[in-house]
Design a protein around this ligand. Structure first.
Ligand code: ADP
Length: 505
């Protein structure tokens, strides 16, 4: 039971702060109505960090009612768009002031290296809020002439109360991808964090209030997916659901959202291909393909987890890929400056990844390197969820290890003989999130980029992501786009107003 709404915490890297633990509704923290809780664990040590309140369906209702009331309240509805943008700008400034604290919390909660959280996650999170603060007063409708007496104009309006459900791999940054465009467009929000990483978003809640957002505009809750998440998706006053997570959960959400025909955007799983052609710059291809699957412990929805390499360069590529693992993939806890790969986020996730490794072995794939838990040198991390970076070859396209998303530091490397074959096999998946192409042939680069079934393609790179550039998937990797101008489409709707100026016709 979380008996207090704030606890005093010192992070392993020495930051002292007050961790809120309650449900943030109407700009105030409150306990869960049932007293149920979530215990957040440090994945490097398996020890508890903090216990937070978990929302029930009744709490979700309170949060949605708050968001509904705020939607029509003059402090938000009539707030000039420029001032809305300024509020968001203030939030970005406050996040910047707390950059080190946020990085420490997310590193601790999720297992990623502190330096990565500090320089990559936080930069992305702050930039996203700042980017969308600029859009707040730059979304307009159109004027459309029809006849001499009549015309119409369109107004871009918020969708209403938006329910947002986020995952645990980039806790704070995923929250900003959802909050940025929703707030820029004037919606009100109930956002639910993932139960594996509940902490940083509650600190963000304190900044929402400090920045001056009116009560009820942003409500932040923790809770279990099947209870709080499902209650949010089914709530009749929620106009839209935006979700990032697994394809299986997205399927459930789509079914539940059908009850009230909710507007939905989904960003789900992937089994993204990376293709290396014989004319590629091999050093670059190795560097990026290692980064594309081994960074963030492979817990990336766009991880390039199927690497197709032209048969003529396969042996050299494999040698260099193994070298990259040996020199780069240093495993350790979040606080060691040399750590490249931290522990998997939870024991469940760790076991899931190890089970996939066993399946691959049973299916007859050849283990090139890794394939087992990593035993840390430091005794305090003995119970951590560490896994060695793992590479399989001799994999066929129908093996589970080649078809299913592992979400860990596990990659399959597959030979191919022709461009046609590489594209056909890259597209032979139910997913379509990211894809990467390595070649120095300009024509081939753009030809393949056009032919690959994916929402995003990297040419001679992997995992580039920027708030200005649309992000999302095709096929079973999702519906709709986040980020960029395209991200605004998901959070606004167009109303047409027909005007009759003449009384003669
Ligand atoms: P993973 O399997 O990687 O943990 P999920 O898709 O289950 O990913 O979780 C992503 C988010 O979806 C989390 O915030 C989780 O609480 C939420 N969630 C899980 N199940 C449901 C559900 N049935 N309805 C709504 N949200 C859910």
């Amino acid at each position: 039971m979380a008996d207090s709404l704030f606890v005093d915490i010192t992070t392993p890297n020495g930051r002292q702060y007050q961790q809120p633990t309650g449900l943030f509704i109407n700009n105030e923290f409150r306990p869960s109505s049932s007293g149920q809780t979530i215990v957040s664990l440090d994945p490097a040590t398996d020890k508890p960090i903090a216990t937070v309140h978990a929302a029930t369906a009744e709490d979700v209702d309170a949060a949605v009612q708050a968001a509904k009331a705020a939607l029509s309240h003059s402090t938000w509805k009539l707030l000039p768009a420029t001032e809305r943008g300024q509020l968001m700008g203030r939030l970005a400034d406050l996040m910047e002031e707390n950059r080190e604290l946020f990085a420490a919390i997310d590193a601790w909660d999720n297992g990623k290296p502190y330096q990565v959280a500090l320089t990559e996650d936080l930069t992305e999170a702050i930039t996203t809020i700042r980017y969308y603060s600029g859009w707040a007063d730059k979304t307009f409708g159109q004027t459309i002439s029809t006849t001499p007496q009549k015309f119409a104009y369109t107004i871009r309006q918020p969708i209403g109360v938006v329910g947002q459900i986020i995952p645990w791999n980039y806790p704070l940054s995923m929250a900003t991808w959802k909050l940025g465009p929703a707030l820029a467009c004037g919606n009100t929000v109930v956002i639910k964090a993932a139960e594996q990483t509940p902490l940083s978003i509650l600190v963000l809640a304190t900044l929402i209030k400090k920045a001056g957002f009116p009560p009820g505009v942003v409500n932040i809750i923790n809770g279990y997916g099947k209870e709080a998440g499902a209650a949010l998706v089914q709530h009749p006053l929620v106009d839209k659901i935006a979700f990032t997570g697994s394809t299986a959960t997205a399927r459930e959400i789509m079914k539940m959202a059908a009850g009230t025909l909710k507007n939905i955007t989904l960003e789900t799983g992937g089994k993204s291909p990376l293709i290396v052609y014989p004319d590629a710059d091999l050093e670059q291809a190795v560097k990026w393909s290692h980064f594309g699957i081994m960074s963030n412990k492979g817990e990336i929805c766009t991880a390039t987890s199927r690497i197709f390499v032209h048969r003529s360069i396969l042996t050299t590529f494999l040698e260099k890929f193994k070298e990259a693992i040996e020199t780069t993939s240093k495993i350790g806890d979040q606080w060691d400056e040399n750590t490249y790969q931290g522990p998997q986020v939870t024991r469940a996730q760790y076991e899931r990844v190890l089970a996939y490794i066993e399946t691959a072995k049973q299916e007859g794939a050849t283990l090139v390197t890794g394939g087992k838990p990593y035993t840390p040198k430091d005794e305090k991390n003995a119970k951590g969820y560490f896994i060695e970076p793992t590479v399989f070859t001799d994999v066929t396209d129908d093996m589970r290890i080649c078809k299913e998303e592992v979400f860990g530091p596990v990659v399959v490397i597959l030979p191919f003989d022709s461009e046609e074959e590489s594209v056909r096999r890259a597209n032979d998946t139910t997913y379509g999130l990211g894809a990467a192409v390595f070649t120095t042939d300009l024509e081939r680069a753009h030809r393949v980029a056009a032919d690959i079934e994916a929402g995003m393609v990297w040419i001679n790179s992997s995992q580039d992501c920027d708030p200005r550039i649309p992000f999302g998937g095709v096929k079973q990797s999702g519906i709709g786009r986040e980020l960029g101008e395209a991200g605004l489409e998901a959070y606004s709707q167009v109303k047409a107003v027909h005007v009759n100026m003449g009384s003669r016709l």
